[in-house]
Design a protein around this ligand. Structure first.
Ligand code: SF4
Length: 354
């Protein structure tokens, strides 16, 4: 497997700085929380809107989404659900590329997000100019990008994948004799290469959450809980994945937690997933993979700083007045980006995965 150049140090520092300074929502009293929930329920009806929410956001938002008939899931499920639901306004509670994907698939609908500043370090570590120039240098390769990318990067791609289907899609391309550029997550790219044997040039982007999981600290935790089972998201470093008994997307990890015979699970992904995992496997003890040594600091501490920007406060505000919170995408870019997303959805539907 080959790799693209490392991400420039200045860009890495800029991304870490953004993660560290992402604004945190205020703490709510029970009365404030209940009042906001009632207001949001009323506003959803008034706006003919539905909530489409990622597993990594605050559990109150996940509970409210379920209670109002919306959808809580991973990126693949979110894209598919928004595409099928009849609401005229989709409120995407996650990070920006998720709102963009919803808009690419649903140009006729209004797509709102509680905070358009909720970004993703994978998206940020794959700027369109550098990525497009890299693709131009390798015109013989099929361009496969993870869904955690901008609309412009998707528009440059032949295929979009999520962690639910990346291995299957790359295996399919490899069987057709295609050589691949994979972007932007270096750990997922390495994992996919290992699973498929495909010829991959791997972009070197990173997730601030999964990149911080530390194998040395994990070994200590596993020694402390020798009966525990480790389940991991493929954005985690190779040393962590090598120790895991299950590697999969967020949805696949929730299923694995339910089916596991172990009483204790060590979970290598964002802690926001614990809400749905507890629902699926209420009797199991869930432990987060450590993010650093005893004296280390972490940027994310196992919870995405941009996912954490979503709150009941800014959700209510966006439903009151969506201006400044709506996703807009250039129509030429949108049409181009739609092609690889639809290719992915058709592939996954044919496999019965969505
Ligand atoms: S957890 Fe990582 S991959 Fe997911 S949105 Fe946050 S930075 Fe991006």
């Amino acid at each position: 497997m080959g790799s693209a150049n490392d991400i420039p140090v200045e860009l890495v520092e800029e991304i870490r700085g953004k993660a560290l300074h992402a604004p945190r929502p205020r703490a709510l009293t029970p009365e404030q929380r209940d009042a906001l929930i009632q207001r949001i329920r009323d506003l959803l009806k008034a706006n003919n809107a539905v909530l489409i929410t990622h597993y990594y956001v605050d559990e109150q938002l996940q509970i409210l989404t379920d209670a109002t008939g919306g959808y809580v899931g991973d990126s693949l499920g979110m894209a598919d659900y928004g595409n099928r639901h009849e609401a005229t306004t989709l409120v995407v509670i996650g990070v920006r590329f998720m709102g963009e994907t919803a808009k690419i698939l649903n140009p006729e609908k209004r797509v709102l997000m509680p905070d358009l500043g909720a970004e993703c370090s994978l998206d940020l570590s794959c700027p369109i100019e550098a990525f497009s120039a890299f693709c131009d240098q390798h015109p013989d390769r099929t361009v496969v990008v993870y869904t955690n990318t901008s609309a412009e990067v998707k528009a440059r791609a032949d295929w979009v994948v999520t962690s639910s289907n990346a291995v299957d899609i790359v295996a399919h391309l490899h069987a057709n004799g295609e050589k691949i550029i994979f972007a932007p997550d270096r750990h997922l790219g390495r994992y996919v290469q290992q699973k498929t044997g495909a010829d991959i040039l791997n972009w070197q982007g990173f997730c601030v959450v999964h990149d911080e999981f530390k194998a040395s600290e994990l070994r200590r935790l596993m020694a402390e809980y020798p009966e525990a089972e480790l389940i991991a998201h493929p954005e985690s470093p190779a040393e962590v994945l090598d120790m895991a008994s299950v590697v999969g997307s967020t949805t696949q990890l929730i299923r694995a937690a339910k089916e596991s015979r172990a009483d204790t699970l060590i979970v290598a992904t964002d802690m926001g997933i614990f809400h749905k995992m507890h629902e699926a496997a209420p009797d199991k003890q869930l432990l987060a993979v450590p993010t650093g040594g005893e004296s280390a600091t972490c940027v994310s501490c196992a919870h995405c700083p941009w996912m954490a920007m979503n709150s009941l406060d800014n959700l209510a505000a966006v439903l009151e007045d969506g201006s400044g919170h709506e996703i807009h995408i250039d129509e030429t870019v949108r049409r181009k980006a739609l092609v690889p997303i639809e290719r992915m959805l058709e592939f996954s539907r044919a496999q019965g995965k969505v």
